[in-house]
Design a protein around this ligand. Structure first.
Ligand code: CUA
Length: 151
């Protein structure tokens, strides 16, 4: 009798822990964010705005940076925006999950195939900002980097 009680109790504990872990994953947004727009990863080059990646001025002091991430680089590799401008990054991956981390900023995002990641940032200081992939994506992961020039 006593053993059954303990067996049931330990099963209950396991279920509770599984529930907590699952809840944290979704509630804290660690899983794929369901609010992100989706895209066919096979059709990125043919799908706007990714058919024309680059920096575009969309308003006074406001820019849009459309980028694709793929093994093992960022397209375009040359990005230049003015200091103090509002910059909207629109990102997607053409293959596996990559990371988009920009040194000296709070930008640290996951860029997954099938999803469009959007990040808005203002660079207050001019300089060269290092962009790194911080999700292990294969043999060339360490070399996957670029820079954003803020002038
Ligand atoms: Cu891309 Cu690591």
């Amino acid at each position: 009798r006593g053993e059954e009680v303990w067996l049931i109790a330990s099963f209950g504990m396991i279920l509770i822990f599984m529930f907590i872990t699952g809840y944290q994953t979704f509630a804290l947004g660690m899983g794929p964010p369901s609010h992100q727009e989706t895209i066919d990863p096979q059709q990125v080059d043919e799908t706007a705005p990714f058919d024309n990646p680059g920096v575009k001025k969309i308003a006074d002091n406001e820019y849009e940076v459309v980028m694709t991430l793929q093994l093992f680089n960022f397209t375009p590799s040359e990005i230049e925006v003015p200091a103090g401008a509002t910059v909207h990054f629109i990102l997607t991956s053409k293959d596996v999950t990559h990371g988009f981390q920009v040194a000296d900023t709070n930008i640290n995002a996951m860029v997954m195939p099938g999803y469009i990641q959007k990040i808005t940032q203002t660079f207050d200081e001019s300089g060269s900002y290092l962009v790194l992939c911080n999700e292990y994506c294969g043999a060339g992961h360490q070399a996957m980097s670029t820079t954003i020039k803020v002038t």
